[in-house]
Design a protein around this ligand. Structure first.
Ligand SMILES: C[S@@+](CC[C@H](N)C(=O)[O-])C[C@H]1O[C@@H](n2cnc3c(N)ncnc32)[C@H](O)[C@@H]1O
Length: 266
């Protein structure tokens, strides 16, 4: 093998290994350290440093990186949500985004909600830096926004106070006992007839992807694997009752979008 090719191969391996180590250190590694130090007691203990440290937030939040993390399905997943919002009459209503996320999901959801007539869009996150960062992406949008430092598992919003609620890849990062709490709160604040849009990981249909995905979750995000079975969000919503749910999976079943409509009788 020519020397230049050898250098090339080693360089690629080095870059991939360094990237994996970087993300491991700032996600699961940080939680392991917190656990070892006995500091997992507060409400934000499960939040990775990449979501709380402003320098890290700014370093990582680049659309191509975020799209790659979601296997280039990001745009498709966001479009499924914005299309749902655009086909709903939200005139005079409030729309909630429960937890911030990297990329352009927030501006796109806010724009779709406002264009459908929403009178106010609330963005709730447990980390203030995430809200500040989200606001910087919304500078061009009019003053219909409200940024709320709130916990998705114990929202301060009144029952039935929003017409739509968007949760984008939050559940897989929550400790298991909080996954159901977040869904319960999402349902509680939704008005009868209102819709919860939930984008998340799902158990892939094909074994190659399933194996790769399983390995990813085991190494980086072990709290996410339960979405495949014991904490399947569709199953949890149906067990809670009061919703009519539709689930669509994309990219060989690797991702899911659930639209849960709150029944009028509840
Ligand atoms: C939605 S998740 C991850 C999204 C996805 N990995 C991405 O960015 O593409 C990350 C966000 O959830 C927020 N978060 C975590 N736990 C929360 C909670 N209990 N309540 C509200 N926000 C929470 C974090 O602060 C962070 O802004």
């Amino acid at each position: 093998m020519p020397v230049w090719l050898l250098y090339g191969v080693f360089s690629v391996i080095f870059i991939l290994a360094s990237t994996a180590l970087f993300f491991f250190t700032l996600t699961r590694g940080a939680l392991l350290v917190r656990g070892a130090m006995g500091s997992l007691g507060n409400d934000t203990a499960h939040v990775y440093p990449i979501y709380s440290n402003m320098r890290l937030i700014k370093l990582i939040d680049f659309q191509p990186i975020i799209a790659a993390i979601l296997l280039f399905q990001y745009d498709r997943l966001v479009s499924a949500i914005t299309s749902g919002l655009r086909h709903t009459d939200l005139a005079g209503q409030r729309v909630l985004i429960t937890s911030c996320a990297f990329g352009n999901v927030i501006p796109r959801v806010v724009t779709a909600a406002i264009e459908s007539g929403a009178h106010r869009v609330l963005i709730a996150d447990i980390i203030k830096n995430e809200l500040t960062h989200a606001q910087s992406k919304l500078a061009s949008l009019p003053g219909k926004l409200e940024l709320l430092e709130e916990n998705a598992t114990a929202m301060k919003q009144a029952d039935g106070s929003v017409a739509a609620n968007v949760i984008f890849f939050l559940l897989h990062e929550l400790p298991h006992h909080l996954k159901g709490e977040a869904l319960r709160e999402a349902g509680r604040v939704l008005a009868p007839g209102g819709k919860l849009y939930l984008a998340e990981f799902h158990r892939p249909d094909v074994w190659v992807l399933r194996t790769l995905s399983w390995t990813y979750f085991k190494v980086f995000e072990p709290l996410g694997l339960a979405l495949w079975d014991t904490h399947d969000p569709l199953m949890q919503l149906e067990t809670m009752g009061g919703f009519t749910c539709e689930r669509r999976t994309v990219f060989f079943g690797n991702f899911q979008i659930i639209v849960a409509t709150k029944n009028l009788a509840d």
